[in-house]
Design a protein around this ligand. Structure first.
Ligand SMILES: Cc1ncc(COP(=O)(O)O)c(C=O)c1O
Length: 384
Protein backbone atom coordinates (compact mmCIF):
# COMPACT_ATOMS: atom_id res chain seq x y z
CA UNK A 1 0.00 0.00 0.00
CA UNK A 2 1.29 3.49 -0.82
CA UNK A 3 1.24 5.72 2.23
CA UNK A 4 -0.80 8.89 1.89
CA UNK A 5 1.14 12.12 2.48
CA UNK A 6 -1.46 13.24 4.99
CA UNK A 7 -0.54 13.25 8.67
CA UNK A 8 -1.79 10.27 10.74
CA UNK A 9 -4.28 12.57 12.54
CA UNK A 10 -5.87 13.29 9.16
CA UNK A 11 -5.76 9.70 8.00
CA UNK A 12 -7.63 8.35 11.04
CA UNK A 13 -10.46 10.71 10.13
CA UNK A 14 -10.52 10.21 6.36
CA UNK A 15 -9.52 6.60 5.66
CA UNK A 16 -11.97 3.72 5.30
CA UNK A 17 -14.92 5.98 4.58
CA UNK A 18 -17.50 4.74 2.07
CA UNK A 19 -20.11 7.50 2.12
CA UNK A 20 -20.83 7.13 -1.61
CA UNK A 21 -22.01 3.56 -1.06
CA UNK A 22 -24.09 4.53 1.98
CA UNK A 23 -26.35 7.39 0.88
CA UNK A 24 -23.85 9.91 2.24
CA UNK A 25 -23.66 8.47 5.76
CA UNK A 26 -20.29 9.61 7.11
CA UNK A 27 -19.21 6.50 8.98
CA UNK A 28 -19.90 3.07 7.47
CA UNK A 29 -23.02 1.67 9.13
CA UNK A 30 -23.18 -1.71 10.87
CA UNK A 31 -23.57 -4.65 8.51
CA UNK A 32 -24.89 -7.76 10.18
CA UNK A 33 -24.78 -10.65 7.75
CA UNK A 34 -24.12 -14.34 7.48
CA UNK A 35 -25.59 -15.23 4.09
CA UNK A 36 -24.66 -12.94 1.23
CA UNK A 37 -26.54 -13.55 -2.02
CA UNK A 38 -25.10 -13.89 -5.51
CA UNK A 39 -27.12 -12.57 -8.49
CA UNK A 40 -26.64 -15.77 -10.56
CA UNK A 41 -24.52 -18.88 -11.07
CA UNK A 42 -22.12 -17.00 -13.33
CA UNK A 43 -21.24 -14.72 -10.40
CA UNK A 44 -20.38 -17.74 -8.26
CA UNK A 45 -18.20 -19.11 -11.04
CA UNK A 46 -16.45 -15.77 -11.66
CA UNK A 47 -15.63 -15.54 -7.93
CA UNK A 48 -15.06 -11.79 -8.09
CA UNK A 49 -17.84 -10.68 -5.74
CA UNK A 50 -16.18 -8.67 -2.93
CA UNK A 51 -18.44 -10.07 -0.19
CA UNK A 52 -19.19 -13.78 -0.18
CA UNK A 53 -20.14 -14.82 3.35
CA UNK A 54 -20.39 -13.01 6.69
CA UNK A 55 -17.35 -14.66 8.24
CA UNK A 56 -15.19 -13.47 5.35
CA UNK A 57 -16.07 -9.83 5.95
CA UNK A 58 -18.62 -7.14 5.20
CA UNK A 59 -18.38 -3.44 4.48
CA UNK A 60 -18.15 -2.80 8.25
CA UNK A 61 -15.06 -4.97 8.64
CA UNK A 62 -13.60 -3.68 5.39
CA UNK A 63 -13.96 -0.03 6.41
CA UNK A 64 -12.24 -0.70 9.74
CA UNK A 65 -9.47 -2.80 8.22
CA UNK A 66 -8.78 -0.37 5.35
CA UNK A 67 -8.51 2.56 7.76
CA UNK A 68 -6.12 0.58 9.97
CA UNK A 69 -3.99 -0.53 7.00
CA UNK A 70 -3.66 3.09 5.92
CA UNK A 71 -2.43 4.17 9.35
CA UNK A 72 -0.15 1.17 9.91
CA UNK A 73 1.23 1.35 6.34
CA UNK A 74 0.17 -2.29 6.00
CA UNK A 75 -0.56 -4.40 2.94
CA UNK A 76 -3.44 -6.05 4.80
CA UNK A 77 -5.18 -5.94 8.18
CA UNK A 78 -7.44 -8.64 9.60
CA UNK A 79 -9.75 -8.06 12.53
CA UNK A 80 -10.53 -10.55 15.30
CA UNK A 81 -12.51 -10.62 18.52
CA UNK A 82 -9.79 -9.67 21.02
CA UNK A 83 -6.19 -8.66 21.46
CA UNK A 84 -5.26 -12.15 22.66
CA UNK A 85 -6.83 -13.66 19.56
CA UNK A 86 -4.75 -11.28 17.45
CA UNK A 87 -1.60 -12.39 19.29
CA UNK A 88 -2.45 -16.08 18.74
CA UNK A 89 -3.27 -15.49 15.06
CA UNK A 90 -0.07 -13.57 14.39
CA UNK A 91 2.06 -16.31 15.93
CA UNK A 92 0.17 -19.11 14.16
CA UNK A 93 0.55 -17.37 10.83
CA UNK A 94 4.35 -17.67 11.06
CA UNK A 95 5.07 -20.62 13.40
CA UNK A 96 4.23 -24.32 13.15
CA UNK A 97 5.18 -27.58 14.84
CA UNK A 98 8.94 -27.82 15.36
CA UNK A 99 9.48 -24.06 15.20
CA UNK A 100 10.98 -21.90 17.91
CA UNK A 101 9.40 -18.63 19.03
CA UNK A 102 11.54 -16.08 20.85
CA UNK A 103 9.29 -14.17 23.22
CA UNK A 104 10.09 -11.06 25.25
CA UNK A 105 10.08 -11.65 29.02
CA UNK A 106 7.99 -8.50 29.59
CA UNK A 107 5.05 -9.74 27.51
CA UNK A 108 1.41 -9.51 28.57
CA UNK A 109 0.82 -12.44 30.94
CA UNK A 110 -1.84 -14.22 28.82
CA UNK A 111 0.65 -14.16 25.90
CA UNK A 112 3.02 -16.17 28.08
CA UNK A 113 0.24 -18.59 29.07
CA UNK A 114 -0.71 -19.08 25.41
CA UNK A 115 2.91 -19.94 24.55
CA UNK A 116 3.69 -22.13 27.54
CA UNK A 117 0.44 -24.08 27.44
CA UNK A 118 -1.46 -24.28 24.15
CA UNK A 119 1.28 -23.50 21.61
CA UNK A 120 3.58 -25.94 23.40
CA UNK A 121 0.93 -28.66 23.00
CA UNK A 122 1.00 -28.03 19.25
CA UNK A 123 4.79 -28.32 19.04
CA UNK A 124 5.79 -24.64 19.04
CA UNK A 125 8.66 -24.17 21.44
CA UNK A 126 8.96 -20.78 23.21
CA UNK A 127 11.95 -19.34 25.03
CA UNK A 128 12.23 -15.87 26.57
CA UNK A 129 14.66 -12.96 26.29
CA UNK A 130 15.01 -9.86 28.45
CA UNK A 131 13.60 -6.75 26.73
CA UNK A 132 17.05 -5.14 26.42
CA UNK A 133 18.96 -8.30 25.42
CA UNK A 134 20.87 -8.54 22.14
CA UNK A 135 18.70 -11.30 20.67
CA UNK A 136 21.50 -12.80 18.55
CA UNK A 137 22.57 -15.14 21.35
CA UNK A 138 18.98 -16.40 21.73
CA UNK A 139 18.37 -17.30 18.09
CA UNK A 140 18.26 -21.01 17.26
CA UNK A 141 18.40 -22.70 13.85
CA UNK A 142 14.60 -23.20 14.04
CA UNK A 143 13.71 -19.69 15.34
CA UNK A 144 10.83 -18.64 13.12
CA UNK A 145 9.62 -15.54 14.96
CA UNK A 146 10.74 -12.91 17.46
CA UNK A 147 7.96 -11.31 19.48
CA UNK A 148 8.31 -7.82 20.99
CA UNK A 149 6.10 -5.81 23.28
CA UNK A 150 7.32 -2.28 23.81
CA UNK A 151 6.94 -0.83 26.36
CA UNK A 152 6.54 -4.11 28.25
CA UNK A 153 3.40 -5.01 30.17
CA UNK A 154 3.45 -3.72 33.78
CA UNK A 155 7.18 -2.86 33.77
CA UNK A 156 7.28 -0.54 30.70
CA UNK A 157 10.76 -1.33 29.31
CA UNK A 158 11.29 0.07 25.81
CA UNK A 159 12.88 -2.25 23.26
CA UNK A 160 15.28 -1.42 20.44
CA UNK A 161 12.86 -2.72 17.81
CA UNK A 162 14.91 -1.74 14.71
CA UNK A 163 17.98 -3.59 16.08
CA UNK A 164 15.87 -6.64 16.95
CA UNK A 165 14.28 -6.62 13.49
CA UNK A 166 17.70 -6.42 11.82
CA UNK A 167 19.05 -9.40 13.78
CA UNK A 168 15.86 -11.44 13.32
CA UNK A 169 15.67 -10.82 9.58
CA UNK A 170 19.35 -11.67 9.09
CA UNK A 171 18.42 -15.04 10.63
CA UNK A 172 15.31 -15.45 8.46
CA UNK A 173 12.89 -14.96 11.37
CA UNK A 174 9.76 -12.78 11.31
CA UNK A 175 9.20 -9.95 13.78
CA UNK A 176 5.90 -9.50 15.63
CA UNK A 177 4.96 -6.77 18.08
CA UNK A 178 2.16 -6.11 20.52
CA UNK A 179 1.90 -2.34 19.98
CA UNK A 180 -1.17 -1.71 22.12
CA UNK A 181 0.46 0.86 24.46
CA UNK A 182 1.56 3.25 21.71
CA UNK A 183 -1.15 2.54 19.11
CA UNK A 184 -0.10 3.19 15.50
CA UNK A 185 -0.39 6.92 16.24
CA UNK A 186 2.64 6.98 18.56
CA UNK A 187 4.71 4.11 17.13
CA UNK A 188 4.43 2.69 13.63
CA UNK A 189 5.88 -0.83 13.82
CA UNK A 190 6.12 -1.59 10.08
CA UNK A 191 8.29 1.50 9.57
CA UNK A 192 10.69 0.09 12.19
CA UNK A 193 11.17 -3.31 10.55
CA UNK A 194 8.28 -5.24 12.13
CA UNK A 195 6.39 -7.73 9.91
CA UNK A 196 3.17 -8.18 11.90
CA UNK A 197 1.77 -5.37 14.04
CA UNK A 198 -0.70 -6.50 16.71
CA UNK A 199 -3.20 -4.30 18.50
CA UNK A 200 -5.70 -4.97 21.28
CA UNK A 201 -8.22 -2.50 19.80
CA UNK A 202 -10.18 -3.22 22.98
CA UNK A 203 -8.01 -0.49 24.56
CA UNK A 204 -7.43 2.92 22.97
CA UNK A 205 -8.96 2.33 19.56
CA UNK A 206 -12.30 1.27 21.05
CA UNK A 207 -11.61 3.86 23.72
CA UNK A 208 -14.84 3.53 25.69
CA UNK A 209 -14.39 0.28 27.67
CA UNK A 210 -17.28 -1.33 25.83
CA UNK A 211 -15.85 -3.42 23.00
CA UNK A 212 -13.55 -6.44 22.65
CA UNK A 213 -11.60 -6.21 19.39
CA UNK A 214 -8.16 -6.96 17.98
CA UNK A 215 -6.30 -6.80 14.72
CA UNK A 216 -3.11 -7.86 13.00
CA UNK A 217 -1.64 -5.61 10.30
CA UNK A 218 0.89 -7.22 7.94
CA UNK A 219 3.53 -6.06 5.50
CA UNK A 220 3.42 -7.32 1.89
CA UNK A 221 5.50 -10.42 2.61
CA UNK A 222 3.28 -11.63 5.46
CA UNK A 223 -0.15 -10.53 4.19
CA UNK A 224 -1.10 -13.63 2.20
CA UNK A 225 -0.34 -16.15 4.92
CA UNK A 226 -2.01 -13.99 7.58
CA UNK A 227 -5.21 -13.83 5.55
CA UNK A 228 -5.10 -17.54 4.86
CA UNK A 229 -4.66 -18.56 8.51
CA UNK A 230 -7.33 -16.07 9.60
CA UNK A 231 -9.72 -17.81 7.19
CA UNK A 232 -8.62 -21.36 8.04
CA UNK A 233 -9.21 -20.76 11.75
CA UNK A 234 -12.61 -19.24 11.07
CA UNK A 235 -11.66 -16.02 12.83
CA UNK A 236 -13.87 -12.99 12.54
CA UNK A 237 -14.89 -9.73 14.21
CA UNK A 238 -18.52 -8.68 14.10
CA UNK A 239 -19.83 -5.72 12.14
CA UNK A 240 -21.00 -4.13 15.40
CA UNK A 241 -17.54 -4.36 16.95
CA UNK A 242 -15.74 -3.13 13.83
CA UNK A 243 -18.18 -0.22 13.72
CA UNK A 244 -17.28 0.67 17.33
CA UNK A 245 -13.58 0.26 16.53
CA UNK A 246 -13.88 2.57 13.55
CA UNK A 247 -15.89 5.12 15.51
CA UNK A 248 -13.25 5.07 18.26
CA UNK A 249 -10.48 5.44 15.71
CA UNK A 250 -11.92 8.73 14.43
CA UNK A 251 -11.27 10.44 17.79
CA UNK A 252 -8.11 8.56 18.78
CA UNK A 253 -5.75 11.50 18.26
CA UNK A 254 -7.57 13.92 20.56
CA UNK A 255 -8.23 11.30 23.21
CA UNK A 256 -4.63 10.08 23.21
CA UNK A 257 -3.29 13.62 23.48
CA UNK A 258 -5.36 14.11 26.64
CA UNK A 259 -4.47 10.66 28.07
CA UNK A 260 -0.82 11.52 27.45
CA UNK A 261 -1.00 14.91 29.13
CA UNK A 262 -2.90 13.67 32.19
CA UNK A 263 -0.70 10.56 32.45
CA UNK A 264 2.46 12.66 32.48
CA UNK A 265 1.00 15.12 35.00
CA UNK A 266 0.00 12.30 37.39
CA UNK A 267 3.33 10.51 36.89
CA UNK A 268 5.34 13.67 37.68
CA UNK A 269 3.16 14.46 40.68
CA UNK A 270 3.55 10.94 42.06
CA UNK A 271 7.30 10.99 41.37
CA UNK A 272 7.67 13.88 43.81
CA UNK A 273 5.74 12.13 46.60
CA UNK A 274 7.64 10.67 49.58
CA UNK A 275 5.48 7.50 49.51
CA UNK A 276 6.69 6.64 45.98
CA UNK A 277 9.99 4.85 45.25
CA UNK A 278 9.91 5.33 41.47
CA UNK A 279 7.72 5.70 38.41
CA UNK A 280 7.76 3.37 35.41
CA UNK A 281 7.06 5.68 32.47
CA UNK A 282 9.38 5.85 29.44
CA UNK A 283 8.38 9.41 28.54
CA UNK A 284 9.87 10.70 31.81
CA UNK A 285 13.50 11.83 31.50
CA UNK A 286 15.56 9.54 33.72
CA UNK A 287 13.53 6.44 32.87
CA UNK A 288 15.87 3.69 31.55
CA UNK A 289 13.85 3.52 28.30
CA UNK A 290 13.63 7.27 27.74
CA UNK A 291 16.32 7.58 25.04
CA UNK A 292 14.84 4.78 22.91
CA UNK A 293 11.31 6.10 23.46
CA UNK A 294 12.41 9.54 22.32
CA UNK A 295 14.12 8.12 19.25
CA UNK A 296 11.25 5.90 18.03
CA UNK A 297 7.94 7.10 19.55
CA UNK A 298 6.00 10.28 18.91
CA UNK A 299 4.03 10.21 22.17
CA UNK A 300 2.98 8.29 25.27
CA UNK A 301 -0.41 7.04 26.38
CA UNK A 302 -2.02 7.25 29.82
CA UNK A 303 -0.73 3.93 31.16
CA UNK A 304 2.24 3.79 33.55
CA UNK A 305 3.53 2.10 36.69
CA UNK A 306 4.13 3.32 40.23
CA UNK A 307 6.51 1.52 42.58
CA UNK A 308 5.61 2.40 46.15
CA UNK A 309 7.94 2.31 49.12
CA UNK A 310 7.18 -0.73 51.32
CA UNK A 311 3.69 -0.62 52.92
CA UNK A 312 1.44 -3.23 54.46
CA UNK A 313 -1.44 -4.85 52.59
CA UNK A 314 -3.86 -2.95 54.81
CA UNK A 315 -2.17 0.35 53.95
CA UNK A 316 -2.28 -0.44 50.24
CA UNK A 317 -5.98 -1.26 50.51
CA UNK A 318 -6.60 2.00 52.40
CA UNK A 319 -5.09 3.88 49.47
CA UNK A 320 -6.68 2.01 46.56
CA UNK A 321 -10.08 1.00 47.93
CA UNK A 322 -11.10 4.52 48.88
CA UNK A 323 -10.30 6.19 45.54
CA UNK A 324 -13.29 7.93 43.97
CA UNK A 325 -12.16 8.40 40.39
CA UNK A 326 -9.94 5.35 39.80
CA UNK A 327 -11.84 2.14 39.18
CA UNK A 328 -10.18 -1.12 40.21
CA UNK A 329 -10.14 -3.18 37.05
CA UNK A 330 -8.12 -4.89 34.37
CA UNK A 331 -7.94 -3.46 30.91
CA UNK A 332 -7.26 0.19 30.08
CA UNK A 333 -7.57 2.63 27.21
CA UNK A 334 -11.14 3.68 27.99
CA UNK A 335 -12.23 7.19 28.95
CA UNK A 336 -12.03 6.41 32.67
CA UNK A 337 -9.16 6.25 35.12
CA UNK A 338 -8.15 2.90 36.56
CA UNK A 339 -5.74 1.46 39.12
CA UNK A 340 -4.68 -2.14 39.66
CA UNK A 341 -1.90 -3.90 41.60
CA UNK A 342 0.68 -5.35 39.18
CA UNK A 343 1.64 -8.98 39.75
CA UNK A 344 4.83 -9.24 37.76
CA UNK A 345 6.16 -12.60 36.58
CA UNK A 346 9.52 -12.66 34.83
CA UNK A 347 11.57 -15.76 34.10
CA UNK A 348 14.71 -14.28 32.47
CA UNK A 349 15.49 -11.43 34.83
CA UNK A 350 13.50 -10.88 38.04
CA UNK A 351 11.90 -7.46 38.43
CA UNK A 352 13.09 -5.97 41.71
CA UNK A 353 10.63 -3.56 43.32
CA UNK A 354 11.09 -1.58 46.53
CA UNK A 355 7.41 -2.09 47.49
CA UNK A 356 4.04 -2.84 45.85
CA UNK A 357 3.70 -1.94 42.16
CA UNK A 358 0.51 -0.30 40.90
CA UNK A 359 -0.55 0.25 37.30
CA UNK A 360 -2.44 3.47 36.67
CA UNK A 361 -4.49 4.38 33.64
CA UNK A 362 -5.02 8.14 33.37
CA UNK A 363 -8.50 8.75 31.97
CA UNK A 364 -10.16 11.86 30.60
CA UNK A 365 -11.35 13.30 33.92
CA UNK A 366 -10.14 16.68 35.19
CA UNK A 367 -6.47 16.29 36.19
CA UNK A 368 -6.92 18.34 39.36
CA UNK A 369 -9.72 16.04 40.53
CA UNK A 370 -7.53 13.00 39.92
CA UNK A 371 -4.60 14.47 41.85
CA UNK A 372 -6.83 15.44 44.76
CA UNK A 373 -8.16 11.88 44.85
CA UNK A 374 -4.63 10.39 44.86
CA UNK A 375 -3.53 12.87 47.53
CA UNK A 376 -6.35 11.85 49.87
CA UNK A 377 -5.56 8.18 49.14
CA UNK A 378 -1.90 8.54 50.05
CA UNK A 379 -2.87 10.31 53.28
CA UNK A 380 -5.22 7.37 54.11
CA UNK A 381 -2.36 4.97 53.36
CA UNK A 382 0.00 6.75 55.74
CA UNK A 383 -2.65 6.87 58.51
CA UNK A 384 -3.67 3.19 58.17
C1 LIG B 1 -0.54 -5.16 26.20
C2 LIG B 1 -1.79 -5.93 26.00
N1 LIG B 1 -1.90 -6.71 24.93
C3 LIG B 1 -3.00 -7.44 24.70
C4 LIG B 1 -4.06 -7.42 25.57
C5 LIG B 1 -5.23 -8.31 25.30
O1 LIG B 1 -6.31 -7.65 24.78
P1 LIG B 1 -7.77 -8.30 24.87
O2 LIG B 1 -8.20 -8.13 26.28
O3 LIG B 1 -8.56 -7.54 23.88
O4 LIG B 1 -7.63 -9.75 24.52
C6 LIG B 1 -4.01 -6.62 26.69
C7 LIG B 1 -5.16 -6.56 27.64
O5 LIG B 1 -5.05 -6.07 28.75
C8 LIG B 1 -2.84 -5.87 26.93
O6 LIG B 1 -2.71 -5.10 28.03
Amino acid sequence: MTMSKDKPETRIVSEGRMSDTHFGAVNTPVYRASTILYPDLAAIKANTQPYTYGRRGTLSTQSFEEAISAIEGAARTVSVTSGVQAIALAILSVCGAGDHLLMVDSCYEPTRTLCDRTLKRFGIQTSYYAPDDDITAHLKPNTRAVFCESPGSLTFEVQDVPAIAKAAHAHGASVLIDNTWATPLFFRPLEHGVDLSIQAATKYIGGHADVMLGYVAANEKHAGRLHQVHGDLGLYASGDDCFLGLRGLRTLAVRLARHQETGLTLARWLQARPEVARILHPALPGDPGHALWKRDFSGSCGLFGVVLKPVSEAQLAAFVDGLQHFGIGYSWGGFESLIIPAHIRRTVRPFKAEGPVLRIHAGLEDTGDLIADLEKGLARMTRA
